[in-house]
Design a protein around this ligand. Structure first.
Ligand SMILES: [Zn+2]
Length: 274
């Protein structure tokens, strides 16, 4: 089985990355939808057809990444509905693009740290809203990959859902669907419980991996090997669960092909990966 590497596309329109990607054995592009040139509305029939053509020509698969600003757990009905509609639109566009999956964050919440029930209430709302989105995932056979994030400081009045393992345990037990999966962000995991626990607990759920390094405290997006992530163990754990990718580079400094090379060295040390 061949390992699959790719990278997150943010700064320029995705059309401009295919050549570079295929030249460097990067066979997956995850399109971040946060900038104007990649707003979901820009994916009309013409653009979708062009992208399908490029994807076939260069042998590069695609996925979508919703902006980290969306909040599918929102309490206010009109805003909640807009978030659900947005996710459904992403699912439809991904289907038309013949994409592999849609990666999304779980949303956020505001409230004093002492209001301990707030997180649970937000998770309950989230699972109700995801149930609605999953109907479209089933209809279009499109997988949703929920991404874990880094926790805010303990006394923060703002927090993200999905910054710890329990949130995912709750959602995966509440919503048993083959279309609800995990995008493991190795760097984010390293700022809380660590990536190894995620890999062990959610071995069947992982369909996408984001990789970058840090020292366990901040979400630095360092190059591979510049922080304290135990990459040998991480790569070995992926080998054990037979996860072959996509491994999506999210390093800020190193270019995607350099990050691919850095991670590949750890794989090579293990010998025959398959
Ligand atoms: Zn990420």
């Amino acid at each position: 089985m061949k390992l699959k590497f790719g990278f997150n596309v943010v700064h320029k329109p995705v059309e401009e990355y295919f050549e570079y990607a295929s030249e460097h054995n990067l066979t997956h592009l995850e399109i971040d939808l946060i900038k104007e040139h990649s707003f979901i509305e820009t994916f009309d029939t013409k653009r979708i057809n062009k992208l399908r053509g490029l994807s076939g020509k260069f042998g590069v698969t695609l996925s979508l990444h919703t902006p980290y600003t969306i909040n599918p757990s929102d309490k206010i009905p009109m805003i909640r509905d807009a978030n659900i509609a947005y996710l459904k639109r992403c699912i439809l566009v991904a289907h038309k693009l013949n994409a592999m999956h849609v990666t999304t964050h779980l949303g956020n919440c505001n409230g004093l740290p002492s209001w301990t029930r707030m997180r649970q209430q937000a998770l309950e709302r989230l699972s109700t809203n995801f149930r609605e989105v999953l109907k479209d995932c089933e209809k279009y056979k499109m997988k949703l990959a929920l991404e874990n994030v880094n926790p805010m400081p303990k006394d923060s009045e703002f927090f993200y859902l999905g910054d710890n393992i329990k949130d995912f345990e709750f959602l995966f037990s509440k919503l048993e669907s083959p279309f609800l999966n995990l995008c493991l962000d190795v760097g984010h995991a390293n700022t809380n419980e660590g990536p190894l626990v995620y890999i062990q607990k959610f071995s069947c759920k992982i369909i996408n991996v984001h990789f970058h390094d840090n020292n366990g405290k901040y979400d630095d997006h360092f190059d591979v090997g510049k922080g304290n992530i135990p990459w040998e163990k991480v790569v070995d754990a992926f080998k054990k669960i037979k996860f072959f990718g996509p491994f999506i580079s999210e390093t800020f400094k190193a270019k995607p092909h350099e990050s691919r090379g850095a991670l590949l060295e750890y794989f090579d040390q293990l010998g025959n990966f398959a």
